[in-house]
Design a protein around this ligand. Structure first.
Ligand SMILES: Cc1cc2nc3c(=O)[nH]c(=O)nc-3n(C[C@H](O)[C@H](O)[C@H](O)COP(=O)(O)OP(=O)(O)OC[C@H]3O[C@@H](n4cnc5c(N)ncnc54)[C@H](O)[C@@H]3O)c2cc1C
Length: 394
């Protein structure tokens, strides 16, 4: 059996590995010329932990994880206003919380392709899938720079992220499925030894209204930055500026560390709408979507990487044993039946987190401080954690 996987993000690479281990021939097509270096620190907890343990990926992820003592909110003078102890957060979230840089998670998934017998999985970078055809005989895809060459397979997996082109071609335009949460997020990595020394082992977040800047020191002299701000919408003049200009205009006055980040901000950092993808169905004929393409939860749910791994693991489990085209439809239906409930729970948690993540006024900010301080109190800590992380996955 042969599969084409569009997208070598976390969901695409893990799907490819699992199908390769099951004996499939897999071709992964990724538009970027190499693994993408962008992205911030991601909490890795919930369903992805159990899935990563089950499929043997957990040790690679644990080896790449960062130690985080706390998430600290600070005012413009750098004084701590409230603090979430990470060991405690980890216990409340059911244990086993890893903090991983998005590109490290992707690199771990790429390295794990070594577990597959040679020749079973091929990853092609710099290959933008431009056309997808889905009919009774199978699927076909065309890559932008070689439009005359048609790639054929038994199954096509759209793992091409929140702005999925596979989804647009086979399921309908993005506007039908993308649910914006009213904000944008930018992430980039800068090199600055002094900044790095100031913020070791903790997430630092500005305790600000309508925008938040987060910093985390990496192992080298680098600092990872996350900037989340209200989306001005298509009419907003901010839209016309480059991401770098937009961030410099949105984030003044939050203290010297943020000023330094803005100075070092690259011209084109990762900068995208914070949104979810909600679809009535994830499969069409021999094509199926996985990861953000069908069920993006947004960074507010804190589980994008976790769900990408868990969803890909479930897809591998149901599709892997299929040995004839007749088995594909039922397997894809089973994937959706098994996996959709977990995605819906995480999406609900993401929507609930929106107001506390980016408070609109001083009252909402006070409420957030209260919620974070309350995690230190015995008894209500678990209740509060469930507000932060949703129904805590076992
Ligand atoms: C650059 C980047 C930075 C991110 N930073 C953060 C972050 O800081 N915090 C956070 O919570 N989440 C972040 N995310 C989202 C997070 O990666 C996902 O929620 C999660 O990892 C699930 O990923 P996925 O594999 O489903 O999709 P993605 O990670 O989006 O991967 C999709 C892949 O498909 C490729 N692709 C798209 N279209 C095509 C095409 N036509 N042909 C071939 N390939 C195509 C893309 O280049 C990409 O590599 C980021 C995503 C990206 C792409």
């Amino acid at each position: 059996m042969k599969a084409l996987v569009v997208g070598a993000g976390i969901a695409g690479l893990v799907t490819a590995r699992q199908l390769g281990l099951a004996g499939w021939d897999v071709e992964v097509l990724e538009k970027s010329p190499a693994p993408r270096p962008d992205g911030y620190m991601m909490d890795f907890f919930g369903p992805g932990v159990a899935a990563a343990e089950r499929i043997g990926l957990y040790p690679r992820l644990a080896a790449a994880a960062y130690r985080v003592e706390a998430a600290e909110y600070v005012d413009a003078a750098g004084r701590t206003t409230c603090r979430l102890d990470y060991d405690r957060f980890g216990r409340l979230a059911g244990g086993n919380v890893l903090s991983l840089l998005r590109p490290d998670m992707e690199r771990a998934a790429l390295a794990a392709l070594d577990d597959v017998p040679p020749g079973k999985v091929r990853v092609r970078y710099g290959a933008t899938v431009s056309l997808v055809v889905n009919d009774d005989d199978g699927v076909r895809a065309t890559v932008a720079d070689a439009p005359d060459v048609t790639l054929a397979a038994d199954v096509l997996v759209g793992a091409d992220g929140i702005h999925s082109g596979v989804r647009a071609q086979l399921f309908g335009p993005e506007e039908e499925y993308l649910r914006p949460l009213g904000m944008r997020a930018a992430a980039f990595i800068v090199t600055d030894p002094q900044l790095n020394a100031r913020f070791r082992d903790r997430f630092v977040l500005t305790d600000s209204i309508g925008r938040v800047a987060g910093l985390y020191s990496l192992r080298s002299d680098e600092v990872a930055a996350l900037l989340v701000y209200r989306d001005a919408g298509t009419a907003g003049e901010l839209r016309a500026w480059s991401p770098q200009e937009r961030l410099r205009r949105e984030f003044p006055g939050l203290g010297s560390a943020v000023d330094r980040l803005l100075e070092l901000c690259p011209e084109h950092p990762y900068d995208d709408v914070v949104a979810q993808i909600v679809m009535p169905g994830w499969r069409a004929g021999r094509t199926v979507l996985v990861g953000d393409a069908c069920g993006a939860v947004s960074l507010l749910a804190g589980q994008g990487g976790s769900l990408a791994i868990a969803g890909a693991a479930v897809l591998g489990e149901v599709l892997g044993p299929v040995s004839s085209p007749a088995g594909i439809g039922p397997a894809l239906a089973e994937f959706e039946r098994r996996w959709r409930p977990a995605v819906e729970v995480a999406q609900a948690a993401g929507r609930r987190a929106a107001s506390s993540f980016l408070p609109a006024n001083p009252t909402q900010r006070l409420l957030r401080r209260w919620v974070i301080r309350a995690t230190q109190l015995p008894g209500i800590g678990r209740l509060v954690a469930s507000r932060i992380v949703g129904r805590i996955a076992k």
